[in-house]
Design a protein around this ligand. Structure first.
Ligand code: PXL
Length: 255
């Protein structure tokens, strides 16, 4: 039977990030994609102008209706925006004993706009990281969780250890080798793995969303976390190489 995967994320009308991107990634991997919006953004390729949450009750009833009907093989969360939304998602994940949870702790947009209200990342750390199979923070998001800035490769490894202790099965810090933005650091409590990629010139929107969605797709298909991470990395690299510029601002990945 066709596998199913759910994203709980913000809407990005450009289709370059958020749940619109996630659904395209799921389709690429041959999965049936499902999407529950947790926030709506007003944006173009030039940046995010405004964001508003989907209220707690509406978020909860979307999830209750869907999950009492379909059990997803994997779940990905992106922009959750408020501590209340995080609480609802954690409750639903536990209530339905959902597996293969990938948390992309979205903090700011590529154009620099905050995509979280105060207290959201604290709630993610307390309530969602312990339930996660894989978490995919970038360097900046990782430092928000650990409270430490990172200057050396050893600092990033320390951060990965701290994040692993927060509960997930595996941590992938994207851009995790400071000087080489294209190297991600993978850690599941055994050995550190460096996931290397090609340097590609330019600013692209939605790379984090596409990567975490691809990891969730891999888990739904039965990949182990490291295998899912490797497959996601090469998929995103291809999509960046084919990037399109339909608007006046950032390039969008062609998934
Ligand atoms: O790339 C992070 C991100 C996630 N989710 C939504 C977004 C963005 C960036 O703009 O708009 C909805």
């Amino acid at each position: 039977m066709k596998k199913t995967v759910l994203t709980i994320a913000g809407s990005d009308p450009t289709g370059g990030a958020g749940l619109q991107m996630d659904l395209k990634v799921f389709k690429h991997f041959g999965l049936h994609g499902m999407a529950v919006p947790s926030a709506l953004t007003v944006q173009s390729t030039e940046g995010v102008d405004y964001a508003e949450e989907v209220g707690e009750n509406l978020l909860m009833s979307q999830l209750e209706h869907l999950l009492s009907d379909i059990r997803p093989d994997a779940v990905k969360t992106g922009m959750l925006y408020t501590p209340e939304a995080v609480g609802v998602v954690a409750k639903m994940i536990k209530q339905h004993s959902l597996e293969n949870l990938v948390i992309d702790p979205v903090a700011v947009s590529s154009s620099g706009k905050s995509l979280t209200e105060a207290g959201t990342l604290d709630a993610v750390r307390e309530k969602l990281l312990p339930l996660a199979r894989v978490i995919t923070p970038n360097i900046y998001e990782a430092s928000l969780f650990t409270g430490e800035s990172m200057e050396t490769g050893a600092d990033v490894e320390d951060a990965a250890r701290i994040l692993k202790d927060m509960g997930p099965e595996a941590v992938i810090i994207t851009g995790g080798h400071l000087k080489e933005r294209t190297v991600d650091l993978y850690y599941d409590g055994t050995e550190f793995q460096r996931l290397e990629g090609d340097e590609i010139e330019g600013e692209f929107h939605g790379t984090g969303c596409a990567f975490s969605a691809a990891v969730a797709a891999g888990l739904a298909l039965g990949d182990a976390p490291l295998e899912a991470a490797r497959r996601a990395k090469s998929f995103v690299e291809g999509a960046i190489k084919r990037a399109i510029r339909p608007g006046k601002g950032m390039g969008l990945l062609d998934v």
